[in-house]
Design a protein around this ligand. Structure first.
Ligand code: SF4
Length: 274
């Protein structure tokens, strides 16, 4: 009997801890779903036979405020100048045939978005939809990226989106090292013109290329690195998330860090100018 009473508190603790971790997991899941624009959370009937609870997003506040403004602090002249420089760069590479992808592409996929964006995303290479439309991230992965951007309180037009490669590798194969070497200077120029406060690499190729490392994305993600002094977050590519939806929560954690750092940097700018 004495033995049982000693074991009882430990079992209670175990159950409490288990319940805590389940509740935390549910909270993270709800916050993530809400952040990615999903209105309701459905709990499987297999858990029990109780009526299914439905959570509406308005009842679930975010942990910290969304980003207030994207580029109010940037002068009109600066925006005009960046737009012009990007346009000149685009015209310069429209007929690029430095690598064989220039022959097989339908359209060059230069980049899209705010020419003075505070946040710039860098992906891998155009896919089929992007090649046809001449714009990065317009397919299913692109729709998910738009949701990710909106989840941190920005619109797609507030940020800038570009890829390491400007032309589609046939059959969506991985970029070859020599293609990356030849195309990378264009992306570097884009970053120099846009001067984002924060960079976010989407997936292995963007992360490994800009950080000059062979480390896997799984170990690079979740913390800030630096690219030429710019805070640089690494997260999973949206196309990977479509195949591995369980990792969406990790991306949501990464994006909350991006949102918080951007808010902090924008607030510093505001304090400095007043
Ligand atoms: S992928 Fe880059 S380097 Fe190759 S042809 Fe296209 S723009 Fe030129």
């Amino acid at each position: 009997m004495e033995k049982q009473s000693k074991q009882q508190p430990r079992q209670d603790d175990l159950i409490k801890n288990e319940l805590k971790s389940i509740i935390n997991a549910i909270k993270t899941h709800i916050e993530f779903e809400r952040g990615f624009g999903i209105d309701t959370v459905t709990i499987s009937k297999s858990i029990n036979n109780l009526p299914l609870p439905v959570y509406h997003k308005k009842t679930l506040p975010l942990e910290s405020p969304a980003i207030n403004s994207s580029s109010d602090h940037i002068s009109k002249n600066e925006k005009v100048r960046s737009r012009k420089l990007l346009e000149e760069l685009r015209n310069e590479i429209l007929s690029c045939h430095k690598c064989p992808l220039g022959k097989t592409r339908t359209n060059l996929v230069f980049g899209v978005g705010n020419p003075t964006a505070d946040l710039m995303f860098v992906g891998e290479a155009p896919g089929r939809d992007e090649d046809l439309q001449g714009e990065p991230f317009v397919g299913r992965a692109g729709q998910l990226l738009t949701k990710i951007i909106e989840a941190i309180g920005l619109n797609r037009k507030d940020v800038y989106i570009a890829n390491i490669l400007k032309c589609r590798p046939p059959g969506n194969r991985n970029p070859l090292p020599e293609e990356i070497v030849l195309c990378l200077p264009y992306l570097i120029k884009q970053i120099e013109i846009i001067k984002p406060k924060v960079l976010c690499a989407l997936g292995t190729f963007a992360a490994q290329t800009l950080l000059d490392t062979k480390a896997p994305v799984g170990t690079l993600r979740g913390k800030f690195h630096a690219y030429k002094g710019i805070p640089f977050m690494v997260t999973f590519h949206p196309a990977y998330l479509l195949r591995n939806p369980n990792d969406k929560a990790k991306v949501w954690e990464d994006m909350k860090k991006v949102r918080d750092l951007l808010n902090e940097l924008l607030q510093k700018d505001k304090n400095y100018s007043t």
